[in-house]
Design a protein. Structure first.
Length: 411
């Protein structure tokens, strides 16, 4: 059988749901799985855009064979060589050995590194702005370096205004419906899209902004990513571009506070719970508490992207910052987390290290983040006379959240 759907005018979506992988890139939990999409042009010339992960190789080859209806495959566009798409590429080329392989020169270099199997006669190198006429459809290539591999190209169908966006606009999770307008996106998919963006592409905000600027100058009737749903209505296209603008410009979506904490014996957990309650009483809505020891970092980094303010709280452990917090902050730093106001609460019993390390992350390791004064370094557990400082902290956070502009005015 096959799983294909005509998007428009001889352009087909081919999709495979991966329900079995537990981790994406062996690091990000995907309890709801992930999809690999690829696309097919049934035109005077036939063309496939991108392959799939090797776990979906049989399904991919079956779908292409079905759509070809016995014709030959003329073009195979490799938008990037990352194996979650390209690990079925060689199988496709071996099956259709006359196919022209379209990509950037670096794509072919990576292809040969991965496969040790050169196909120099088949390569059709393209650059920014090059066009490929298939008949009714003409494809134009857009360079998108580091979104999120160096050799990425996106493909724009000038005829039907479809953007094949490679990994941009992707998401974790499998799909039942193909289109964003067929699902309750905000309720059921936004979290997965944000977590995917932040952890997969989050580091490359300026590069994503550049692509979004290019996209702003072209009519867009479809956005066709390699993972997740396809966007085909003005509302869903506007919505997802707006979300990506926030994410890529490191502008929060909401005013509110994420409290990311770690606690070995419960004293820091108690302290952040009291702080959360004090914030709530000061009118701060949507205070979210996340234990970094229990929640995979990718969920909390995504929350940090979503909200305007953050509190980080953790104890000292063997003269270091407690490792789950260190690991979370390291993840944020490598993702180029920036433009946030952050309060610090540490805890220690005899020789403090956590406080200094957390302050260093906020002031020196993160870009453009403000350390909110006062911060705290609790001695083992809160004493009654710590309440004044805790109140002052809550006051300052609440004032800062209140004074924060409407995030939509910042993009
Ligand atoms: C294995 C271990 C190592 C620790 N190392 C230090 C340390 O180097 N310096 C220090 O001041 N406290 C150290 N502590 C104590 C904790 O930081 C301290 O008890 C803190 O109050 C724990 O907060 P919690 O109740 O939120 O877990 C250590 C605790 C444990 C269990």
């Amino acid at each position: 059988m096959y799983l294909v759907e005509e998007l428009k005018n001889g352009v087909y979506w081919m999709g495979c749901n991966d329900f079995t992988s537990a981790m994406f890139e062996r690091i990000f939990p995907i309890p709801e799985g992930v999809t690999y999409n690829s696309y097919f042009f049934d035109d005077e010339k036939t063309c496939v855009i991108d392959a799939m992960d090797k776990s979906c190789r049989d399904e991919f080859l079956e779908d292409v064979e079905h759509l070809l209806h016995g014709r030959k495959l003329d073009y195979f566009v490799i938008q990037h060589m990352e194996p979650d798409h390209a690990s079925s590429a060689l199988a496709l080329i071996e099956k259709y050995p006359d196919v022209k392989i379209v990509g950037q020169p670096q794509t072919f270099k990576l292809f040969e590194q991965f496969y040790r199997h050169p196909y120099p006669d088949n390569y059709l190198p393209v650059k920014e702005g090059n066009q490929l006429c298939l008949g009714k459809h003409t494809l134009q290539f857009i360079k998108a370096p580091m979104v999120h591999w160096p050799e990425v190209i996106m493909t724009y169908d000038l005829t039907d205004h479809m953007l094949f966006s490679a990994d941009a606009f992707g998401m974790f999770g499998t799909v039942g419906n193909i289109y964003a307008d067929q699902v309750d996106f905000e309720e059921n998919y936004l979290e997965s899209a944000r977590r995917y963006y932040v952890n997969i592409v989050g580091k490359y905000g300026p590069q994503v902004v550049r692509v979004l600027q290019k996209a702003a100058n072209m009519p867009l009737d479809f956005i066709c990513p390699l993972h997740g749903v396809v966007y085909r209505t003005p509302d869903t296209i506007k919505y997802i571009i707006d979300k990506h603008l926030h994410w890529a410009k490191y502008v929060p979506e909401k005013k509110g506070v994420v409290i990311a904490f770690a606690s070995i014996y419960g004293d820091t957990a108690r302290a952040v719970s009291i702080l959360a309650n004090k914030l709530s009483r000061r009118g701060v809505k949507d205070v979210r508490l996340y234990d970094v020891s229990k929640n995979h970092s990718s969920y909390i980094t995504a929350k940090a992207w979503e909200y305007s303010h953050m509190v980080i709280a953790a104890p000292t452990y063997n003269l270091n910052l407690f490792l789950p917090m260190e690991s979370f902050l390291h993840d944020l730093q490598t993702l180029m987390f920036q433009n946030r106001t952050i309060a610090v609460m540490a805890n220690h019993s005899w020789a403090s290290a956590a406080y200094k390390t957390m302050v260093d992350y906020v002031e020196n390791q993160f870009k453009c983040c403000e350390l909110l004064d006062p911060s705290m370094d609790i001695k083992s557990s809160l004493r009654d006379d710590d309440e004044g400082l805790l109140d002052e902290m809550a006051d300052k956070i609440a004032e800062s959240v209140k004074a924060y502009p409407d995030p939509d005015t910042l993009i």
